[in-house]
Each structure stands twice: as C-alpha cells, then as structure tokens.
Design a binder for this molecule. Structure first.
Ligand code: FRU
Length: 529
C-alpha cells in the first residue's frame, strides 16, 4: 500500500484531493463559521508534512484563510481534504489582504491580525533590543479555537504591536498550548548564551511539556530533540510558567495539574525534578485550574515582598465562566505556603482571563496582560476576521487592606496611562454615583459607585450587541477593599474605552474592572451624575 493509499484509508468517507495548479505564495481555503470542522492533510513528496482543521465552507463563504505553500514545489504537493464540499476550488494567490475589516478591532489593544486568539504566552522583555515580546495562543486557519499555535508580536511601548511570523507550530507531539519563555543569559540549557527558551504544553494524546529555543531573538524557534521534558499521568497537565530561583540559581516551573499547581526544579530547563503541589483546600475549585504564574511582589509602602500565585480558573469565576484568582504567601524554593484559604479575585470584570506576567521586565516592574474574553462566549463574539483582544498591560503590587489582608493592587502600565480619562464618582448623601458611557444611538454601559456598600457595579445590558450569547448581557458587582484611612466618600477612576472594551482602574491602584462591549457605533459620551 502506498503512503497516499494509507492516508486515504485513514480519511473520512468523503474525501477530496486537491493539487494547487500553480506555484504561488498561498493556497486559499473558504471558511464558513459553524460548518463542520474537517481535517486537511498536507502531503509533500508522498509524505504527510502537516495537517490542520478548518470549518470548510459548504453553502456560503464567511471568510477565507491562506495556507503558505511558498516553501513547496507545488508539483509534489497535495491536499487531502476530509470533505466533499463543492466550494473547495483550486485557489492560489501571491497576495492575501490582511488589512482590517472589523469595526470592533481595538485601536490600542493587542489583537492578532487574522484568526482566533486566546491566552497570552511566553511574554518576556529583551533588555538588548528594549522590546516586549508577546506570544499568544492562536488559530492561523480560522476564527474559532483550533490548531493551537504560538503567534507572536513585539512592541517598544506596550501600545503599538508589530506582528511577527508564527513562532511555534504544532508538531508530532501535538498542538502548542500555553506556556512561558525566558532569556537564558547564562546558557544553562546549552542552546547558547541569551537564547530564548520557551516551555509549553504539547497537546497530543496526553498533555506533556516541551521546550523550544530561539537564537534569533525570539523570532524562530526549534523544538528540542529530547521533547517532551516533563510528563504526568493526569489528563489536565499544562501551562508551564518558568521562574528563577535566585538563591539556588535553579529554574523553577509552576504547572496546572487538575485542580492543583505542581512545582518542579531544574538546572538546565531539560531535566526536571518534582518539588511539591499546592491547592487542596485552597481557593476556588469550580473548574479546571489553568495558566499559573509565580511572582514576588513588593508590598506597597514597605520594603517587604511576598510571593503571589496567579491562578486562572474556568469555569468557576464569581461572575460565571473564566476568572483569575490569586494566592498570597511565601515560596522557599520548594513549597508555596499560602496565608489564606479563600479565593481572592484579581479583576471583577467578566473578561479577564489567563493573566500572566512578562519575564525580565525592567526596573523591577511587574507587568501582566490578560486575555480579554471569557470561555462562556469567546468563540461567539461578533467579529470574524480576528477574534479576541488582550487587555491593556497592567502593573501589579500588593497593598494591605483595612483588615490587614494583602491584596493585589492594579494600575495601567505607565506607557498606556495617557489613553485613559479620569473621573471622580462622589455620591450625594444616601445616593449612588454613576458614570454613563454612551454613543449617539443611546447604547450605554454604566458604572455605579455605591458608597454605603463600597461596591462598583458595571452594567452592559444596553451596551449594543449582546444577544450572541445568553451569558453576555448583565451586570457584575465588585467589592472595593479599602486601606485603613481611605476616604470612601468618593472614588477616582481611570476609564479606558476602546472599540470593544471598557477597562476601569482605580486611581489609588486598588482594583481593575475589565469588560467587553459591542456597541453599534463608538462610545464617546461620558456623563457623570
Ligand atoms: C486557557 C487554556 C490553557 C491551554 C490553552 C489552550 O485558556 O485552556 O489551559 O493551554 O487555553 O488553548
């Protein structure tokens, strides 16, 4: 049996073979959202070299996706497509227009140029080039979650992002799930001084951890030949976050393992030894634990630091679906000891998930970015050319609330501060104070400060398009945790409205509130009462 016959016998009953008829940069596939997802196998010189899944159009085309064929001699290239759709035609082109077609594409938040995006991954700052690197979970072949690949963007100012080529693509071990990256200044892994080492989850039959290295400043990555470097016998084992133990000079990694975090240590990023687990009896367990991060944060107004475990959970967030909880405690290089049992939430908005920090941020800064969506409806939000944006970058620290608890304080990164507008909400006696953010069609998003209960409520029920998911419209209510002596007669907030989001930050750096909106025209009126 030839390889082609073997591949065909693996394929579904309805199979189409298609050969690009001319040498070109791209072969273009027509996509119809919600059409069945089918597999495309790429066969070159009689060998399967790639495969991916697409919602191949059957009755109408919502958009098209380009597949790069420039590296192949098309005479030896064949697509085996598990479908009999008549809409698949021989369509090659040298140009594919990626210019924006979406009214909801943010003006100053990071988005992929094309296709689906979820978690930010592998974020690090490179002191040599002064660039911030942001990788992200993406689907290059459609605007719903599939074909997980690491996309890549860079920025000099955390506002303008330049798109880079896809950084890490699926391989024989699986698709590429979330993870982290560090610059290996001391060549501990043996891939060269200052090599960028990414560690990610290979999502194949099992979830295992792999590393890949880059010697060209994070643009192209080579998977390590000895992958995977870490396995476990549980189904949910993912999202490795590397951090450095300055005392021992070792690397540590925190990984989500079911509803726990597991810690490991290594000298070379390849050989890992198990240290400890954290999680039983702590925090919220309404869903799977994902995307941990370990950060040593300063306590505001003191010279102390404490360790914080950021931990994203889905579902099980306090407002439905996805949210970021955190734990404050101590890390001795072996074990994380948490100071409290209950869950603490980092952001009380509905669209704040998969929060992780940049490795190596300059000047002791602690800069994080969250994925600005929620798994309850992320695949259904009303955009198609791309789907999902990242939050504004934020700086975090710890502050002590009036009950003596340490809480994460959040402020916009200093670079983006100028994009916001400042307002003070000062309720009259016995009343609440409100800011209405609206457009000229009467669509409105409302933030209400209730001084008596010390809460903020964000309501997006009338904010425009909301019907795409029953989970989207509604209100979220956030408790403010004041410090001793805070004047709660008023709150001063910085409001950042972009084409599909409202982010609210406390001017005193206590909280943030992150929510999507989809108004039918831009929101540019502000009314405080
Ligand atoms: C979180 C997550 C991660 C996983 C990735 C897959 O949103 O589920 O746990 O690595 O997305 O895309």
């Amino acid at each position: 049996m030839t390889l082609l016959c073997a591949l065909l016998s693996l394929s579904a009953a309805a199979t189409t073979l298609i050969r690009p008829s001319k040498q070109a940069h791209y072969f273009v596939f027509p996509i119809q959202e919600n059409a069945p997802t089918i597999r495309v196998r790429v066969v070159y010189e009689n060998r399967e070299v790639d495969h991916f899944n697409i919602m191949l159009a059957r009755t109408g085309v919502d958009y098209t996706v380009p597949y790069d064929i420039s590296r192949y001699d098309v005479r030896n290239l064949l697509f085996i497509v598990d479908s009999d759709s008549k809409m698949l035609t021989d369509n090659t082109t040298d140009e594919f227009d990626m210019s924006n077609t979406e009214m909801y594409r943010p003006a100053y938040h990071h988005t992929p140029s094309y296709g689906w995006m979820n978690d930010p991954n592998g974020m690090y700052y490179d002191p040599a080039t002064k660039l911030w690197h942001l990788y992200y979970q993406c689907n290059p072949y459609g605007s719903k979650w599939e074909n997980m690949t690491w996309g890549h963007s860079t920025s000099a100012d955390l506002i303008h992002w330049e798109h880079q080529p896809m950084a890490i693509r699926p391989d024989g071990l699986g698709t590429i799930f979330s993870g982290s990256a560090v610059i290996d200044h001391d060549n501990t892994a043996g891939f060269g001084r200052d090599a960028v080492i990414a560690m990610y989850t290979s999502a194949g039959e099992a979830q295992t951890q792999s590393i890949a290295y880059s010697t060209d400043g994070g643009i192209t990555f080579t998977p390590y030949a000895g992958n995977p470097v870490l396995r476990a016998d549980i189904p949910d084992f993912r999202d490795p976050k590397i951090f450095r133990n300055e005392q021992t000079g070792e690397w540590n990694v925190a990984l989500a393992a079911g509803q726990e975090v597991r810690y490991y240590a290594s000298r070379n990023l390849k050989d890992w030894r198990y240290l400890s687990s954290f999680g039983k009896g702590y925090g919220s367990h309404g869903g799977v634990w994902e995307c941990p991060d370990m950060i040593e944060l300063p306590v505001r107004g003191t010279d102390k630091t404490k360790w914080v475990l950021l931990l994203n959970i889905n579902p099980g967030g306090p407002f439905g679906g996805s949210a970021t909880q955190y734990f404050v405690g101590d890390w001795d290089g072996q074990t994380f000891r948490c100071d409290h049992r209950g869950a603490r939430w980092m952001d009380y908005g509905k669209d704040h998930y998969a929060t992780v920090s940049f490795a190596g941020a300059p000047d002791n800064r602690h800069v994080v970015i969250a994925w600005m969506s929620n798994w309850l409806y992320a695949n259904d939000v009303p955009t198609m050319q791309y789907r999902s944006a990242n939050s504004l970058p934020r700086e975090i620290d710890l502050y002590e609330d009036k009950n003596g608890e340490l809480r994460i304080g959040v402020r916009p990164a200093k670079e983006v501060m100028k994009l916001g507008k400042r307002f003070t909400l000062k309720p009259k006696k016995g009343k609440t104070a409100t800011i209405e953010i609206s457009n000229n069609s009467g669509e409105v998003a409302t933030l209400t400060y209730d001084k008596h209960h010390q809460t903020l409520t964000f309501d997006r029920t009338e904010s425009g398009q909301t019907a795409f998911s029953k989970h989207f419209p509604g209100k979220v209510k956030m408790p403010i945790f004041p410090r001793k002596g805070d004047n709660m007669d008023q709150v001063t907030i910085d409001v950042f409205v972009d084409n599909c989001s409202v982010e609210i930050f406390d001017a005193d750096g206590r909280f943030a509130l992150t929510n999507l909106i989809f108004p039918n025209e831009p929101m540019c009126n502000y009314h405080v009462e």
